[in-house]
Design a protein around this ligand. Sequence first.
Ligand code: SAM
Length: 240
Amino acid sequence: MDFVNCYADVNRAGAYSTLEFANTYYLAYRDLPAIFAEHVTGMRALDFGCGTGRSSRFLRNLGFHVTGVDVSEDMLRIARATDPDGDYRLVPEDNFDQLDAGTFDLALSAFTFDNIPGPSKARIFGDLAKLLAPRGTIVSVVSSPEIYTHEWASFTTKDFPENASARSGDVVRIIVTDHQDRRPVEDIVWTDKSYQAVYREAHLRAVQVFKPLAKGDEPYSWVNETTIPPWVIYVLRRAP
Ligand SMILES: C[S@@+](CC[C@H](N)C(=O)[O-])C[C@H]1O[C@@H](n2cnc3c(N)ncnc32)[C@H](O)[C@@H]1O
């Protein structure tokens, strides 16, 4: 499949860098501190697909020592400019040779696997697992398939009715309404069943799966967030 990472784009990177933790994104990040407290031992973190550094700075503010990696130089340039003391590295074609195997207590991927085609997912999860310390944990935040067929505080999909017939592995489109760049983002939709198959292939197991919902008392104008989970959070360990 000829899939282009839409974040390898200077204008998209600039727009993305203005996002923080409001609206639908709030739900992706809200539960992570409690999840880390329960499942992560140690403070060495890899932020896989760190983008412009939002997720890396989030981890650092929780006390983690963070290495952020990404395939987009446009995104990394902004991450480094925003956070000159941070450790942000380019990993062309997901070659992790510059990282020490067995050293990370946590590998977080926040939305990164939405942009990785199906045939590459298991290999990359397997390579991330090799970077983990013996009791290390992968936490992967991905879009639920439902995000692409509903309206949200941070996104619109109504111009893409074809998303409804997309199957796992297909390209879907979604527009981020929280920033200025209204060009559609192209993602790969991937079901829970498909993720579970990828985890088995990568010799990982999901020890917990979260589907965060809004409670309704948050300071945001929810659309479907109180009833339909926009995100899925997988807590992954090496299979015994
Ligand atoms: C939606 S952004 C999320 C950025 C950041 N994690 C955050 O929460 O703000 C997804 C990022 O994943 C990166 N990405 C996509 N495919 C990747 C790959 N194969 N390896 C590493 N990063 C990748 C993109 O370049 C982009 O910066």
